[in-house]
Structures are given as C-alpha cells and as structure tokens.
Design a protein around this ligand. Sequence first.
Ligand SMILES: [Zn+2]
Length: 161
Amino acid sequence: MQITRVGIGYDIHRLVSGKLLFLGGVSIDFQKGLEGHSDADVLIHAICDAILGAIGEEDLGSFFPDTDLNNKNRPSCEFLSSVMNIARKKGYSIVNLDCVVIAEEPKIKSHKKEIIKSLADIMGIGIDKINVKGKTKEKLGEVGAGDAIETYVVAMVSAMQ
Ligand SMILES: [Zn+2]
C-alpha cells in the first residue's frame, strides 16, 4: 500500500552586511546576506525541516547542531543532500514541495527559476515537484523592514508500506 505523509518547515534568519546571500543553494547578488552558523540558507533549512517532519524524524538542528564546529560555514546544500539520503533510506520519495520565501528585498521572482533548478539538482528530483513563491511582508515587522528573510515550506512524501 502506498502511503503519503506531509511535513511543515519554517525558518527565519537576520539580514546583515558583509555576508553572502544564499537562497536554495543559489548565491544571490545583494548588499546583505543572512546571519547564521552555516551559510544560513533560510530556504534550504525550512525544506530540510519539512522533509524531516514528513518522514517522522527530529528537526535539522538535532542532526546538524550549531554547537558542532564542523557545521560552521558549511554549505546548507550538504544538509539537504543528507536529509534526502535519510528519507530515501526509509523508503520515501518526494511527491512535491511548496515553498514561500518572505522578503522585502531582493525580489524572489527574478531568481525563482534558478532556485528551483538548484534545489532539484541537490535533491535529485524533477523541477516539476518544486514550487517557490516570493512574498513581501507589506513593510510590517522585521521582515518588512528588510532586516530578515522568513520561509515556510510544506513537503509531501510517499512510500510503499
Ligand atoms: Zn536556519
């Protein structure tokens, strides 16, 4: 019997000067970058948590703690490859991902295709399984002031059981 399961992921990172901006494994030309222990790829982190949630595992932080020096400045695409390996080992494949990136700037729309292609390559799945939507926060709060980027991701997985 085929079963499907769903998981949700959320993340937020502060935007600061002097850091590179990575979204979905893509280096984006912008005057600020995200602050965090790894490369702070706020989209990949939420995707990892959504998949881990869907397959009934602990969150990303428990697999790759920020107290571990090995994870310092580590590219988040490595986390996502590992999460995909965990999912595949348990017999799961990705049905689809729906992602929301909330940022006042940069505009996600112009980077969307590149981000989807990058995620599909890292995850080894088709681009038709990934959807990325860019939203602003209508100038409200920290995200609206351009001080942070926030992400929400829903992942659906399936397995034969
Ligand atoms: Zn994060």
